[in-house]
Design a protein around this ligand. Structure first.
Ligand code: G3P
Ligand code: CA
Length: 242
């Protein structure tokens, strides 16, 4: 099976990450899905942004959590990768799901709740996924494994993914403990043996973040189920995916 291609923060190799512009570009490049990072604003809106601090990707200052959605939406979100668009702002998760629900796009929603507590982020995200009837097209990932367990307890039908970095001993054992369905494995930890053992243990395997043509082809040869990449168009070509 050809792996699914997830556009990491949208087509973020060429467009401002985690913006509607990058997500639309991913759809034009026929990505199977988009990966996006979510956290809470001061007034508990689920917003799509990677860093807890605003400075790297926006013209705002301070943390996301210090600002209401009304404040956040005024910042430009193309500081790291400038855009020609007049309005380029932080999207909400609702806006992303609402926009792409009528398509076949899949979603890999990463909960950014490892370093900073995000009270009830799991409930808010599951609520939005259900509202748009997207449970079957969505996977929730996180470096915070307890949060993944909380997701599963809230909705046993929700696919979850153990997201890790660096070596993790027998990740399928950790995955079982946290009741996840997928392992999202950093590219330097991907091996044929790991993928096959993970599958024997009933897990799907997705590699991240793989940008080179050679790396994408290598991962496909290892039989991964999905590839997270900043360059979805390149991945399609590399895999000769129609
Ligand atoms: O989903 C994998 C990847 O997005 C995790 O790392 O830092 O890019 O969010 P990061
Ligand atoms: Ca991410």
């Amino acid at each position: 099976m050809t792996p699914l291609i997830y556009a990491h923060r949208g087509a973020s190799g060429r467009y401002p990450e985690n913006t509607m512009e990058a997500f639309r570009a991913a759809v034009r490049r026929r990505a199977d899905g988009i990966e996006l990072d979510v956290q809470l604003s001061k007034d508990d809106k689920v917003v799509v942004i990677h860093d807890h601090h605003l400075e790297r990707t926006t013209n705002g200052r301070g943390t996301v959590r210090q600002h209401t959605w009304e404040e956040l939406k005024k910042f430009r979100a193309d500081k790291a990768v400038p855009s020609r668009q007049k309005h380029i702002r932080i999207p909400t998760l609702r806006e992303v799901l609402h926009t792409f629900a009528p398509t076949k796009l899949r979603f890999c929603i990463e909960l950014k709740n490892f370093f900073f507590a995000q009270p009830q982020l799991e409930e808010y995200v599951i609520g939005l996924i259900r509202q748009y009837d997207l449970t079957s097209r969505t996977v929730i990932s996180s470096f915070n494994f307890d949060s993944l367990l909380a997701v599963k307890e809230l909705d046993p039908n929700q696919t979850t993914a153990l997201l890790y970095i660096g070596p993790l001993h027998n990740p399928w054992e950790v995955g079982s403990r946290y009741r996840v369905d997928e392992l999202h494995v950093p590219k330097d930890q991907l091996t044929t043996a790991l993928v096959s053992k993970a599958k024997e243990n009933g897990f799907r395997v997705v590699g991240w973040t793989i940008n080179s043509t050679a790396g994408i082809r290598d991962a496909a040869k290892m039989n991964v189920d999905g590839i997270i990449t900043n360059y979805p168009g390149r991945a399609r070509k590399a895999l000769h995916k129609p």
